[in-house]
Structure formats: C-alpha cells, structure tokens
Design a protein around this ligand. Structure first.
Ligand code: UT7
Length: 331
C-alpha cells in the first residue's frame, strides 16, 4: 500500500512510581546478592508501584506528559493503543479506563498483548492508522506493573522486573517535517510460547484455590532458553529494517533495545557492529519494565537532549509470545 501520509512521533512522556527497590532490598526477600544481579543482568534498582496504583494510573501520568510535549490538547487524540501484560483487569481494556481518566469518548481504544514487544507493536499499528489517513494523533503506551504478577519467592524472576509507563504520540507529519517513522517490522513465533508465561487466570487454567496456592498467577520464565533467542530475534528485526531502507548501521545515531539484560543489549550491539556509545542503556535504574522499557528510554534520552531533532533512532524488542520487532524513526 502506498502511504497517503507520513507518521512521526510528536511527543513522548514517562512515569515511574516513587518507590525504589534496590538489589540489597531484594537480598532480604530471596536468596540472591547485589553482585549476582549486577553481574548477570546489569540491574541496580527498579521502581515499584504502590498498592493503590494500577496500570491505567501509571499510563495516565505518562500520557499527560506526552500530550503536553506534542503541544496537543487531550481532545486531539483520536485513538489509544495500550500495550501491557499487566492490565488493570483482564477486561475491560486498560485503554478504555485510561480514556475515561483523560476525559475522552467515541474514539477507538484497546489493549494489545505482545509481551515486552508490545509498544513496538502499538507503534506499528499507530503508524498504519496515520499513514492511511484514518487517525491524526494516536496515543501509544507501554505500561506495566509486573510487581503485582511476580512470584516474590522465585529468585529466577523476581529480581528482574520493575514498574513504569512510557508514552508516545504518533501524529500525521507535515510535508516540511523531517521527523517521521521510516519503517517498522513486527513478527512472532508461537513455538516457544511456554518459555514466558503467566500460566493461570485465563480460560486454560481459570483462577482456583490451587492456582493461587501454586503461585500460577505470576510470571514464569525459562530465562536462559530465551537469552539466545532474544539476541537473534532483535538482530533479525534490526537487519530487516536496515536492509529494507538501504541503510548501513553506521548511519544510525542511537540504538534503543528492550532492557531485559545488559548482556543481551551488549551482545546485540556487538552483533550489529554499532558503536557502543550509540547504545542507550538505563537498565540499572529501572530493570525490565516489559513493554515500557523502550518508550521510557526514548523519552528519557529526548528530554536529556541526548537524542536530538534529525537523529536516526533504531529500536528493537523481544518478549512473550515469542514476539519481536523493530522500528526506525527520524526524530
Ligand atoms: O523481557 C522478556 C525477555 N526476557 C529476557 O530476555 C530474559 C533473558 N534471560 C536472562 O536475562 C537470563 O537468562 C537471566 C538473567 C534470567 C538468568 O541469567 P543466567 O545467566 O541465564 O542464569 P541461569 O538461569 O542460567 O542460572 C545460573 C545460576 C543458577 O544456579 P546453579 O543452578 O548454577 O547453581 C541459578 O539458580 O544462577 C542462579 N540464579 C540466581 N542466583 C542468585 C538465578 N537467579 C538468581 C538470583 N540470585 N536472582
């Protein structure tokens, strides 16, 4: 399909809950050590939502900042896509709850579940709606409160995640704009869906006394099986958009990958042969916030004026499904 319009990111925002849990705090909860967590993951601390916060609350705070940064009024938003694996409720969607908080009505609003790749999926969808002229300003959010679906007795997973929200507005670009979404790529392979899963609470294993007793409503992950797949899939997703746009990796100003493990980020950077100074990392502060890692990192780098107007930014992610994807933008 030939695009009628170009899409661009017109504003970004992020929100991290106030409470910080560092590696030493985790030493008091499970048999782990600050040294193991830092060496094996690169994580130092993570933010944790309060008891009364749900994902839509975090999303709202990030959304307000993104709308302001885009110089828009809330009523200019004509579609909402929320990527999350930790919604307020199994249904209705967090997007509809967020819509009420924002005072919006009569526009499409829905959640999508693509694990940690969720925000890249949301951006890919937003881009299509802008390019074909159906929407003008799409609010995309990656938001998670993984801490509330974490097994705090399982050291294999509980040290890895954090809570947070990142938002981006995808708007129709004017002809004079240099800023635009150049390309995006999303894919999935369900072969290994069991490697990363919340086993109970759905129609396969509905909630029961047993599912609660056995902690089946929390994240289960076969981390070391996923490790290699993560590098391979993000590499493929990056290579696809680079090749399709006839770009050498040298022309990329910044690479933002999913923040799941510093060793994965470094290995991917090396495989792509990108200068390590161009790789944006914030895993030490926020750990793995699933679908929120990339929009949080993007917003942080834009507000710190590290990423500047005209820069080419390549973003890639990988997650439950198993899903993967990438997006290339000029800021
Ligand atoms: O965001 C979605 C996608 N997720 C990912 O991409 C995650 C990918 N995987 C990873 O990042 C890594 O596999 C982990 C960080 C999850 C684990 O690191 P690893 O180097 O693969 O460790 P491992 O699972 O192979 O475990 C090595 C050892 C084990 O002990 P033994 O059996 O060798 O005695 C674990 O029991 O480390 C032990 N271990 C821990 N020790 C201290 C596992 N977790 C911990 C811990 N503290 N928290």
């Amino acid at each position: 399909m030939v695009a009628k319009y170009y899409a661009k990111i017109s504003g970004t925002g992020r929100y991290l809950p106030d409470k910080i849990l560092n590696n030493h705090d985790l030493e008091k909860i499970v048999d782990t050590s600050d040294e193991w967590i830092k060496q094996r993951t690169g994580m130092w601390e993570r933010h944790i939502a309060s008891e009364d916060q749900a994902s839509s609350d975090l999303a709202y705070n990030a959304a307000i900042k993104a709308i302001k940064a885009a110089n828009l009024r809330t009523k200019d938003i004509d579609m909402i896509v929320v990527a999350t694996i930790s919604p307020d409720h199994p249904f209705p969607s967090t997007a509809c709850i967020l819509m009420k908080k924002l005072g919006l009505k009569n526009i499409p609003a829905f959640d999508l579940s693509a694990g940690c790749t969720g925000w890249i999926y949301a951006m890919d969808m937003a881009r299509q709606y802008i390019e074909n002229g159906i929407a003008k300003n799409v609010l995309t959010i990656g938001v998670e409160i993984v801490s509330k679906i974490t097994n705090w007795k399982d050291r294999n997973t509980c040290v890895l995640f954090g809570d947070g929200a990142g938002a981006a507005i995808v708007s129709r670009a004017e002809t004079k704009d240099i800023s635009r979404i150049i390309d995006s790529e999303i894919t999935a392979d369900g072969t290994y869906y069991e490697y990363l899963i919340q086993p109970a609470g759905g129609s396969r294993n509905p909630a029961s006394t047993n599912t609660i007793k056995e902690n089946k409503h929390t994240v289960e992950m076969q981390g070391n099986k996923i490790f290699k797949l993560a590098i391979k899939s993000m590499y493929n997703a990056c290579e696809t958009v680079l090749k399709r746009n006839d770009l050498d990796v040298k022309s990329i100003h910044w690479l933002i990958t999913h923040q799941a493990n510093l060793r994965i980020i470094e290995a991917l950077g090396k495989k792509l042969k990108i200068d390590s100074n161009k790789v944006i990392v914030n895993i030490e502060k926020y750990a793995n916030t699933s679908s929120a890692t990339i929009p949080i990192a993007l917003d942080e780098a834009i507000r710190a004026r590290k990423i500047r107007s005209g820069d080419l930014v390549l973003m890639a992610s990988f997650g439950a499904g198993l899903t993967s994807g990438s997006i290339l933008i000029r800021v």
